[in-house]
Ligand binder design. Structure first.
Ligand SMILES: C[S@@+](CC[C@H](N)C(=O)[O-])C[C@H]1O[C@@H](n2cnc3c(N)ncnc32)[C@H](O)[C@@H]1O
Length: 278
């Protein structure tokens, strides 16, 4: 089985710290995706839920509200720095547990969970088929998985616009294989169906078009995009100066202004909603 030490390193250092710094903004932007997952998970009072790649805990909190104190939510993540914030946010909730674990290889209590949820936490496995076979064992027979992953990159300007702006300023970094662990590893619905099918799951991948949540200002959105997502990687790759950074932030704000609805800037997105029963 291939390990996830690169991803553990990535999420435990600068990327994880940025997710902690921008947690409030990210949770606003990504709230419609969490709404989508929870609507389809239809969690019931008293149920036991596992939350994969729970990060700073937004989904864990909402799931805990849905199942109530007679249920339980167990969040798993590979990043201690993100889990620390999740622990602070859930400290009052006796029915939440959080564990630092690689979901691909962790030994879960077998057949103990009614449902598995994840918002953007399942695209980072070196061996997705092994990971999903492992996750399936954590669910009781008839248990359900409901997960959100980013759909095709070209349909996701939240990534592509900042990437274009940063490339125009600094140059094009070496091409990456988007099927490798990363935000777009599950962009191809047929590939996801095949990979999870090989894990014994009968999976449905539904593309869903939505608008991400609106931040108070374009500048906030542009600032967040300079720290999280492809623009930050390109700036690192090309050793961007402060002047480059300012120009890129302004360019991103300009690009995102196209999505100003009059009721806030709401960037369109295509999500792959992945559901399965075991
Ligand atoms: C894009 S973030 C999403 C975080 C959170 N679900 C959210 O929506 O705010 C991806 C998360 O998956 C976690 N992750 C990546 N690989 C993992 C693995 N093998 N096992 C558990 N968590 C993992 C990362 O540490 C990170 O918290």
């Amino acid at each position: 089985m291939t390990g996830n030490s690169d991803q553990a390193e990535f999420w435990s250092t600068e990327a994880g710290r940025n997710w902690v710094t921008f947690q409030r903004a990210l949770d606003v932007v990504m709230e419609p995706v969490l709404d989508l997952v929870l609507e389809h998970a239809d969690l019931q009072s008293g149920e036991v839920v596992i939350d994969i790649g729970c990060g700073t805990g937004a989904s864990t909190l909402r799931a805990a509200q849905a199942v109530g104190p007679n249920g339980a939510v167990h969040g798993y993540d590979i990043s201690p720095v993100m889990l620390d914030l999740a622990a602070q946010r859930t400290s009052e909730l006796g029915h939440v547990t959080l564990s630092e674990a690689d979901a691909q290889s962790h030994t879960f209590a077998q057949g103990a969970a009614d449902a598995l949820i994840s918002r953007f936490g399942v695209m980072f496995f070196a061996d997705p088929t092994a990971a999903f076979a492992n996750l399936a064992r954590a669910l009781r027979p008839g248990g359900r998985m409901v997960m959100a992953a980013w759909g095709p990159a070209p349909q996701n300007p939240w990534f592509m616009d900042p990437a274009r702006v940063a490339r125009e300023r600094l140059g094009t970094p070496p091409k990456v294989d988007r099927t490798l662990p990363g935000p777009f590893a599950f962009e191809d619905a047929d590939r996801v169906t095949r990979l999870l099918g090989a894990a014994g799951l009968n999976v449905t991948v539904t593309p869903v078009d939505l608008h991400l949540g609106a931040l108070a200002s374009l500048d906030d959105l542009a600032e967040q995009s300079c720290h999280i997502g492809p623009a930050s990687g390109i700036m690192r790759e090309f050793n961007a100066t402060a002047a480059d950074r300012n120009a890129i932030r302004d360019g991103i704000a300009q690009a995102f202004s196209a999505y100003d609805t009059g009721d806030g800037v709401r960037v369109p997105a295509r999500i792959n909603l992945i559901t399965a029963r075991v």
